[in-house]
Write a protein of this length. Structure first.
Ligand code: PEP
Length: 254
């Protein structure tokens, strides 16, 4: 069976010093453990080392994730971060394909596919995001839009261990806007994602892949999403920036 996952995307928030304090606060909130729930914290790149140290010192029950990676091993790629730099610092997850990176930085499905392959070659678990803009949802084309993203983002991937590939469905119109999709909206698309994954990788693999919902998920609404058959957790932006609210979401998933 799939362990639930709650992952926090800090985006471009928290300096190194603030990030250490937030991670320490979360370690305290989660000191009693997280049961079967896998918890991941994804700070900005410059905070990764500090958060890694907190996890080690406090024996904290959460894993470290990055927010981005480049697919090359090393070289003249100013400003980029290679997969082995992430493993070296203790990151075991990495968000790819976030709509903000697609929208503001022009990332394509082809880029996201290359990033997934590079991460998996280094045993880093991709948290691969997909999701439709408002106009696509209003046109009723959201399922086919997301299915197309999934097909492109996973092209040629080999998933030996389904617990090591995660998909996050994040309708763009619900990210940071306070507008949440309903639990039924999330299930409709997460179910279609799992069916697509089954068509590509087989049912057994698809049944082991976590599909998360993201978009204004909060302590007071996360339980409703988690009740749905194909929603295995949440990717959390704003509510991951306060240790108590993020911990409350972890507890709601336990
Ligand atoms: C996100 O950016 O991944 C996200 C889900 O943000 P928020 O929870 O703030 O909508």
């Amino acid at each position: 069976m799939r362990n639930r996952m709650i992952a926090g995307n800090w985006k471009m928030n928290e300096t190194y010093t603030e990030g250490v304090v937030l991670a320490q606060g979360l370690a305290k909130e989660l000191a009693d453990g997280t049961g079967d729930v896998d918890v991941v914290v994804c700070p900005p790149a410059v905070d990764l080392k500090g958060v890694a140290e907190v996890i080690e010192q406090e024996n904290a029950p959460f894993a470290l994730g990055a927010q981005n990676v480049y697919w090359e091993e090393s070289g003249a790629y100013t400003g980029e971060t290679a997969p082995n730099m992430l493993t070296n610092i203790g990151a075991t997850y990495c968000i790819i394909g976030h709509s903000e990176r697609r929208g503001y930085f022009g990332e394509t499905d082809e880029d996201i596919n290359k990033k997934a392959k590079a991460l998996m070659a280094h045993d880093i678990v991709p948290i691969s995001c997909c999701g439709e803009p408002l106009e696509v949802r209003e046109a009723g084309k959201h399922v086919e839009f997301v299915v197309d993203q999934i097909k492109k983002d996973t092209e040629g991937l080999e998933i030996a261990d389904p617990s090591k590939y995660v998909v996050a469905y994040e309708p763009i119109w619900a990210i940071g806007t306070g507008k949440t999709a309903t639990a039924d909206d999330a299930q409709e698309v997460c179910g279609a994602i799992r069916k697509t994954l089954a068509d590509i990788f087989g049912k057994e693999t698809a049944d082991g892949i976590r599909v998360l919902y993201g978009g204004s998920a909060k302590p007071n609404n996360v339980a409703g999403f988690l009740e749905k058959e194909d929603v295995d957790g949440a990717l959390v932006g704003g509510a991951s920036l306060k240790a108590d609210s993020f911990a409350a979401m972890v507890k709601a998933a336990m």
